[in-house]
Design a protein around this ligand. Structure first.
Ligand code: ACO
Length: 331
């Protein structure tokens, strides 16, 4: 069974309520039809009710069973404003400013998630990654014990023997521009957990570098070496090894030469890149040259799930990101 089919099935097994902050957007409305039709999640659309209903009617989307929340008229607005003010007053937010900010659909949807009126949030068909993640980072924050929010791509590489028959996770390719060693360790642990939860994998985490086991000396290598030690100490139950070059991480013959005895080298199915430039370029290389399917970026580490869409996304992409978010919301 394909991975996305499995994720849909997991979402259906324990249905969650997902809020879509761009409720007036056409691909979002089309996605609702498929989400509801396939029983993947319950949906809340944020936006102007009349606009949503007019657009849905033109697109032939039946809104029965879908909640609509208009920040301007919602009876929850004042509660959200007060709570946002309490959360951010130390940062100089006044009640007046809070009232203005929370009327923004993404802030409003993020407050819904914070206060348990929705289980997860998906947005980004119109807004940028920063527009979505910043309210999440300010309001929902990280899960207990998780130092940072990061992201992961699930890569499905056709006709490939690496990873788990071509299935690999790449992190962090989209959120943290330049993680320090503690943050890199956190990315490794979060990604191992995502590999287990979403893909049912036994994660083997390679901390990537341009050096394998001391073959090169540089501050950039030291960062990866230290991150590896921190992650191994924090989670001795996980298979995490580094520093490893990409070939030593995934190719058994190279691993036997460069990193003998490693329980990860040559078999890695989770690749942790040293920074966002390497990660972002790396996943796009594999996506384009190997014609790989890239599911993501999936955000990990939030106390409650928040996921971004590409602005070029299709309505099917939105359905899939909602399914992933619903599974993350199951805890
Ligand atoms: N985890 C947890 N908290 C964080 C993180 C993080 N990774 N990053 C920032 N924060 C916190 C800050 O501590 C701060 O908290 P506070 O306000 O309570 O003190 C709050 O979030 C906001 O921090 P800022 O510094 O104002 O936010 P910033 O401007 O750094 O934005 C963001 C954070 C949006 C994640 C930024 O790092 C970013 O733009 N990253 C790159 C996104 C991107 O462009 N990706 C590439 C494209 S995606 C693709 O190719 C598929």
């Amino acid at each position: 069974m394909k991975l996305m089919d499995q994720i849909w099935n997991m979402a259906r097994a324990n249905k969650k309520k997902i809020v879509l902050a761009e409720g007036e957007e056409e691909r979002t409305l089309k996605a609702c039809k498929k989400i509801i039709g396939n029983g993947i999640a319950n949906i809340v659309l944020v936006g102007n009710e009349n606009t949503i209903r007019e657009k849905a009617s033109k697109l032939g989307v039946n809104l029965d069973g879908i909640e609509i929340a208009d920040p301007q008229t919602s009876n929850k607005l004042q509660t959200y404003v007060n709570e946002f003010y309490e959360l951010r007053k130390k940062k100089g937010i006044t009640l007046e400013k809070a009232d203005k900010i929370v009327r923004d659909p993404i802030y409003f949807a993020t407050m819904m998630v914070k206060l348990g009126d929705a289980d997860g949030l998906v947005s980004g068909a119109v807004h940028t990654t920063g527009d979505l993640l910043r309210p999440g980072l300010q309001i929902v924050k990280t899960a207990p014990g998780v130092p940072i929010v990061s992201s992961v791509f699930i890569m499905g590489v056709p006709n490939c023997k690496y990873g788990d028959n071509g299935l690999l996770l790449f992190a962090d390719c989209a959120v943290n521009p330049c993680p320090d060693e503690n943050q890199l360790a956190s990315i490794a642990v979060s990604t191992a957990e995502t590999a287990k939860k979403l893909c049912g994998m036994d994660p083997k985490v390679a901390m990537l570098s341009f050096s394998t086991k001391g073959s090169a000396k540089h501050d950039l290598v030291d960062k990866v070496v230290n991150a590896t030690k921190i992650a191994q100490k924090a989670r001795p139950d996980l298979k995490i090894d580094g520093e490893l070059q990409l070939d030593a991480a995934i190719v058994r013959d190279v691993a036997n030469l460069k990193a003998p005895g490693s329980d990860v080298a040559g078999k890695a199915n989770v690749l942790v890149f040293p920074d966002i430039q390497a990660g972002n370029i790396g996943y796009k290389l594999v996506q384009r040259f190997a014609k790989a399917e890239a599911i993501g970026p999936i955000t990990q580490g939030f106390a409650k799930p928040i996921n971004d869409l590409s602005r070029g996304c299709s309505f099917e992409d939105i359905v899939n990101v909602v399914a992933v978010t619903a599974v993350q919301a199951q805890g």
